[in-house]
Design a protein around this ligand. Structure first.
Ligand SMILES: Cc1cc2nc3c(=O)[nH]c(=O)nc-3n(C[C@H](O)[C@H](O)[C@H](O)COP(=O)(O)OP(=O)(O)OC[C@H]3O[C@@H](n4cnc5c(N)ncnc54)[C@H](O)[C@@H]3O)c2cc1C
Length: 289
């Protein structure tokens, strides 16, 4: 690893000032669970590393019905998994975290680091897209709020300027009669998903017709893949097994997954069918609860 200057700010202002001074030469490190891997592989060799783990003001989880859920970027995966607020109001997030990596990685890795790493196999992004989440980004010159959908630009590339930080994840309260579920194919518990699917379904009260749907797949393209055609197939209809199979087939046809040591592209495409349908069945059951 190449030598670098190391900074450990304790406040957000300090961290933003350092990023503003060092711009392209600097990289943030939070838990280092992904960052150290890419540095050791030589894919990144920053002149300066800004370690934000000590910026404790960015470690929080709050919820109220009107404002929705707010998660500070430095909140660890384990804190999200264990949060009673999240278990009560957003159980899909807690379930997704329980299947993410090992306890050691979840104890130290942060939700902000996961999203900013931009790995198309990442689990939180598809779930947050299905939930309609937004991200608050901040630099010394101001802040902006962007949709989680669209934040990933390409493999390991996200919509962040060099002097910007992700500070907060904002998740709106789901409408009544909404169910959200996440399913991923793992060889062993906690493995990165060979593919994953997050589905949100909102039913009209009474007649069970699908009023709204979101279908998002991970590790099936260079970014988390929202499959709007599959959603259209469900919206406005009384959902049945045949429609859910069709939604899975549409997602599979749109997917362009990689082939690697874990699975071939063809196998992943087959699994997209299975996992979209599986997540949709669970989302439906939850929407009816
Ligand atoms: C063994 C192992 C198994 C894993 N399994 C899974 C899995 O099953 N599913 C899954 O989704 N992930 C998995 N991961 C990835 C893991 O979730 C991420 O590595 C971790 O969440 C990254 O968080 P971090 O705080 O360590 O980020 P870091 O590694 O410190 O940073 C990652 C990237 O984000 C940037 N960054 C960090 N915080 C911010 C911020 N606030 N603002 C702007 N940029 C920022 C950094 O500059 C860097 O580019 C696994 C990782 C390991 C090591």
């Amino acid at each position: 690893m190449k030598d670098f200057d190391y900074f450990a700010p304790e406040t957000l202002d300090e961290a933003l000032s350092l990023l503003s001074q060092h711009k392209e030469e600097a990289k943030i490190i939070a838990g280092g669970q992904s960052m150290l891997v890419v540095m050791r592989q030589g894919l990144l060799a920053p002149e300066s590393v800004v370690d934000i783990k000590g910026v404790s003001a960015l470690d929080y989880i709050t919820y109220d019905e009107r404002e929705g859920l707010k998660i500070g970027a430095l909140t660890t995966h384990r804190a999200i998994e264990k949060s009673s607020l999240i278990q009560k109001h957003f159980r899909v997030l807690s379930e997704m975290e329980r299947n993410l990596a090992t306890i050691q990685t979840r104890n130290w890795g942060t939700i902000g680091g996961n999203l900013c790493h931009g790995d198309p196999a990442g689990d939180p992004a598809p779930v947050l897209i299905a939930l309609g989440a937004k991200l608050k980004l901040k630099s010394l010159s101001g802040e902006r709020v962007v949709a989680m959908e669209g934040f990933s630009r390409d493999i390991l590339e996200v919509d962040l300027e060099p002097d910007e930080m992700l500070v907060e994840i904002q998740v709106p309260t789901p409408r009544p009669h909404t169910g959200v579920a996440h399913e991923k194919l793992m060889v062993m518990q906690g493995d990165a998903g060979i593919v994953g699917a997050a589905v949100s379904i909102t039913l009209k009260p009474g007649d069970g017709v699908c009023e709204d749907a979101r279908v998002v797949v991970s590790n099936a393209a260079s970014v988390p893949l929202r499959v709007k055609e599959a959603e259209k197939r469900l919206i406005g209809k009384g959902i049945n097994d045949h429609l859910l199979t069709e939604a899975g087939e549409i997602a599979s046809a749109e997917a362009d997954p990689p082939s690697d040591v874990h699975a071939s592209s063809e196998y992943r495409k087959e699994m997209v069918k299975v996992f979209v349908k599986r997540a949709a069945i669970k989302a439906m059951e939850r929407a009816k609860e």
